[in-house]
Design a binder for this molecule. Sequence first.
Ligand SMILES: *[C@@H]1O[C@H](CO)[C@@H](O)[C@H](O)[C@H]1NC(C)=O
Ligand SMILES: *[C@@H]1O[C@H](CO)[C@@H](O)[C@H](O)[C@H]1NC(C)=O
Ligand SMILES: *[C@@H]1O[C@H](CO)[C@@H](O)[C@H](O)[C@H]1NC(C)=O
Ligand SMILES: *[C@@H]1O[C@H](CO)[C@@H](O)[C@H](O)[C@H]1NC(C)=O
Length: 517
Amino acid sequence: MNLFFLCIFFYFVGIIFCKPNVLLIVIDDLRPNLGAYGYKSAVTPNLDSLASKSFVFSKTFCQQALCAPSRNSLLTSRRPDTLHLYDFYNYWRESVGNFTTLPQHFKQNGYYTQSIGKIFHPGISSNFSDDMPYSWSGAPFHPKTQEYMNSKVCFNNDGTLGKNVLCPVRVMDQPGGTLPDIESLNYALNFLENEKNITGGLPYFLAVGFHKPHLPLKFPEEYLEQHPIWKVVLPSNRWRSYSLPNVAWNPWTDIRDREDVMKLNVSFPFGQIPDYFLKKIIQHYDAAVTYIDDLIGRILKKIEGTNTIIVITSDHGWSAGEHGEFSKYSNFDISTRVPLIIHVPGLSTHGIVVEQITELVDLFPTLVDLTNISPPIPICNRKNTNIGLCTEGRSLVYMMVKSKQKKMPIRNMPSAFSQYPRPGDYPTKFPNSDKPRMKNIKIMGYSIRTERHRYTEWVEFNRTSCKPNWLKKFGTELYDHSIDPGENMNLIDRKELVNVAKDLRKQLILGWRYMQN
Ligand SMILES: *[C@@H]1O[C@H](CO)[C@@H](O)[C@H](O)[C@H]1NC(C)=O
Ligand SMILES: *[C@@H]1O[C@H](CO)[C@@H](O)[C@H](O)[C@H]1NC(C)=O
Ligand SMILES: *[C@@H]1O[C@H](CO)[C@@H](O)[C@H](O)[C@H]1NC(C)=O
Ligand SMILES: *[C@@H]1O[C@H](CO)[C@@H](O)[C@H](O)[C@H]1NC(C)=O
């Protein structure tokens, strides 16, 4: 019996003898455009193959569709209203409390923790250090060529270079002769190659954050060959719905600000990207995903057969024309829904789809339970939100291991909670409605997603207390997923649904705690 099977044996008898490694891969701005999630245009053989021996969570939602708030929420298992972070500009340890992070908890429990690429959002929100020294054992690695993110390195049709959305490149022609995610891949492969030397024999918690398919859609041009333009399917709901309140609209300024889109003269804030260009955006997004799938395949090959829990996820979704919108910055499913694939050696020998609603705040307590590195993380207390180690999510292990089903909290109705801030009730460039800074936030859109519905209320927000005023409303949305999975028909004015809306509103105001036992 080799060590690997011995470990699995011990797992089942409840004693962790040798702790599994953890590999957490976070793919920036990835909506579930993967074969494993039923997306027909996907070319993602490596992730699909992993999914075929993993738990595939089909309805996982982020807590806010913006990088820094979502990542800090995932990594601390606390929600934006607890972290007081809705933009990029505060660091929880200094603004709210000395909360323990997911990697920090592993580090404190005998793991060697390493960050590669974008795990924390860089800058103020992780104290310009990726939360060093607390979260990581080794110095976090950032690819040098990410500094060209906003440079004119993309080819225009006339041979000039531009700062574009569409950016297929010849890698050898790029500054440094490489791309950020290739640098991160090489660093990860080197880490795995020299693992024992680097960790000193400890199990590892390795977090690899890939930058694509975040804008610009910059990737080696050969990946376009697997995505011919004639195969691209345009979303059927690529128009703004007349029933959508203005406050809900995100004007996708990040796309407009790039030179190839600027040339299209699309009017602000509601103008449409023409279909031929939308097709290209979808094509390039999917090609960027194939590129990342390829890189991930190389990591998976390297650790094949080892005792490693593998998690694949993203910080939020991305609209590619749905609702006439782009990017994240909203409360729609298309912006809040993320892929979540969890491979547990010995536990998921074939693909298991978990259809219950889950949230990114659930990942921290889930990984603690899967590895048994400490007692389960307690649920954060309403009165004492300042304790260092607690969760505002719940462990999902009861969805994965039958014998644990009785022990785990059960929500009377599984739901996900997301939120998004706005500077005003009409979309503006200044302040930017997509990413308002804290000092400009006046409205918060709170959203609850149940199996059947999404209910969103945009209400006045007090940025000193970080609390909503439920009495002052700027817009309300109600969608019924049983007839409208694209969230195109806002049903809030339907008289026959008054009681449904009332009940959802009650749950939304009570919040996530109500859903816990
Ligand atoms: C925050 O927590 C870390 C790790 O538990 C500890 O080393 C540090 O002293 C704490 N800082 C404060 C200000 O309490
Ligand atoms: C954040 O970084 C600053 C500057 O390096 C440092 O002085 C401060 O102690 C850090 N904050 C925490 C909580 O570690
Ligand atoms: C590990 O480190 C030792 C001592 O520095 C060195 O001799 C050895 O070659 C290293 N092994 C690998 C695989 O890098
Ligand atoms: C956009 O506007 C500019 C200046 O008004 C004009 O020269 C150009 O032809 C327009 N482009 C398109 C695609 O309409």
